[in-house]
Write a new protein. Structure first.
Length: 280
């Protein structure tokens, strides 16, 4: 189907490939390096990444370069697209936005590069909503406004078993103040002003997850929302959390259970869980 406006994102949006294919969303891959091996994160098997992290093998992430974005944008232009909305992970977490803007300056159609100041399914739901507007024939202003409204109102809640992986990757932000606490103290985090920020700290994993559930239910209120439970190597716990949310949040349009991208997993570490609440 011909579209006047195309939607582009990066792989930290955590959208399933089937969904991005269905909605015509172009995804530019962030890369993951494990030891001496580097590849697009979509080609890094999660069990391999988890094993490497547990064995203290060096793991780093690499943002897409200008060329990756330029190829994507140029392919869309050759298909007849007249405008591009490119929606990406927080610039305080990655240089992805910088690379997108450099490429956008070389494309002959308008490219609106958006720094969401967030990550994960807060981006995913915004991109999904924007792509549906584009698919329906909406102009670039409507597509852009839809994306901005969705991620701006979204809440990203994050539980990690340990802050060590965030510390190693330099993504710990204001949560650095929690490093060195007692081992039984489990931090709850959120995204604020583009960086990972402490939200609460609770003794014990079960209590921490129940606290995260309570916060998510309160944030959802009685509004119509989309809700995602994200995990990294913690599918069983994520499934239990999703079942509790189904019972507790009254007006949910879409529930989603998804494993976070390897690039996010490399920073939050095995056992991490997240809840995204995105008002429709």
């Amino acid at each position: 189907m011909y579209r006047r406006v195309a939607v582009v994102t990066d792989s930290t949006a955590c959208l399933p490939a089937q969904l991005t294919d269905q909605l015509g969303i172009e995804v530019v891959q962030i890369q993951v390096r494990i030891g001496d091996h580097t590849d697009d994160e979509s080609r890094i098997p999660v069990p391999d990444l988890v094993s490497a992290m547990r064995a203290n093998v060096p793991v780093t992430t690499i943002p897409p370069d200008r060329g990756a974005f330029l190829r994507t944008y140029s392919d869309l232009v050759s298909q007849g697209v007249r405008s591009i909305v490119s929606v990406h992970v927080s610039s305080r977490q990655s240089a992805t936005v910088e690379a997108a803007r450099a490429a956008a300056a070389e494309v002959r159609v308008p490219v609106h590069v958006v720094d969401t100041h967030t990550c994960g399914m807060s981006i995913g739901y915004a991109v999904q909503a924007a792509a549906k507007v584009a698919e329906a024939g909406g102009n670039v202003d409507r597509v852009l406004a839809t994306a901005l409204r969705r991620f701006d109102r979204s809440t990203e809640l994050i539980y990690v078993d340990t802050l060590e992986y965030l510390r190693r990757g330099g993504r710990i932000g204001a949560a650095a103040a929690l490093v060195g606490g007692v081992l039984s103290m489990k931090p709850l985090l959120t995204m604020a002003d583009g960086q990972i920020t402490p939200l609460d700290k609770v003794i014990g994993a079960d209590r921490a997850l129940n606290r995260m559930l309570d916060i998510a239910v309160k944030r959802a209120g009685t509004d119509t929302v989309d809700v995602a439970v994200e995990h990294f190597d913690a599918e069983e716990k994520a499934s239990r959390l999703l079942r509790k949310l189904r019972r507790s949040v009254p007006n949910v349009r879409q529930f989603m259970l998804t494993q976070v991208s390897s690039a996010i997993g490399a920073h939050v570490g095995p056992g991490a869980l997240g809840i995204t609440v995105s008002p429709v």
